[in-house]
Design a protein around this ligand. Sequence first.
Ligand code: CA
Length: 230
Amino acid sequence: MKPFVLIAEDEESLVELLSYNLRAEGFRVDHVLDGGEVMGRLDEELPDLLLLDWMLPNLSGIEICRQIRRKSELRNLPVVMLTARGAEDDRIRGLDAGADDYVPKPFSTNELMARVRAVLRRTRPILAEQRIVRGVVELDLDTHKVTRNGTSIHLGPTEFRLLQHFMEHAGRVQSRTQLLDAVWGRDSEVEERTVDVHIRRLRKAMNVGNAPDIIRTVRSAGYAFEAPAA
Ligand code: CA
């Protein structure tokens, strides 16, 4: 699953340039041109990182950043602020408002990409990792290889994405809706019972022999990944 970056920037040519470069780096990208629409978009779908311009129509980047830090469900969202204001006190105001990093315009796209990666490594190390290891289960995001106790397991693409999502949220209960959004995408027409079908396939593939189940069913709540210890 590609990490999702939301760009809040009113300069369309810059949005285009940033989107192009982020996609080339393996990110999924969407953008908002109006400052007044940013909070609503964040409510719809939580990105892995927000690139936030300081000067936006209707609501400034700095005010958006403050609102983000006041909302408990957004508090940990990594925010990189972009701005034409390069003055030192502006930088400090940006960081004070809760930005994780602050990049003055004009910037080279290479530098910005490096900053984005650095912020993600710090705030969401899981996204920078190529290999996810939870207990005896290992998942390689490059080769799509999955092993349990060193034995390789073949998974279909959907089961792979499900397992990846579970491992990234190990121990936390995932509702069917959350799983649908994460694995099939928010706009998919897939029904919730399809989730159950793929969970069943994932369990069948993962629970070789009489190995303990790695997925716990939480009644009327959803499912959680439980990493069996080695
Ligand atoms: Ca602007």
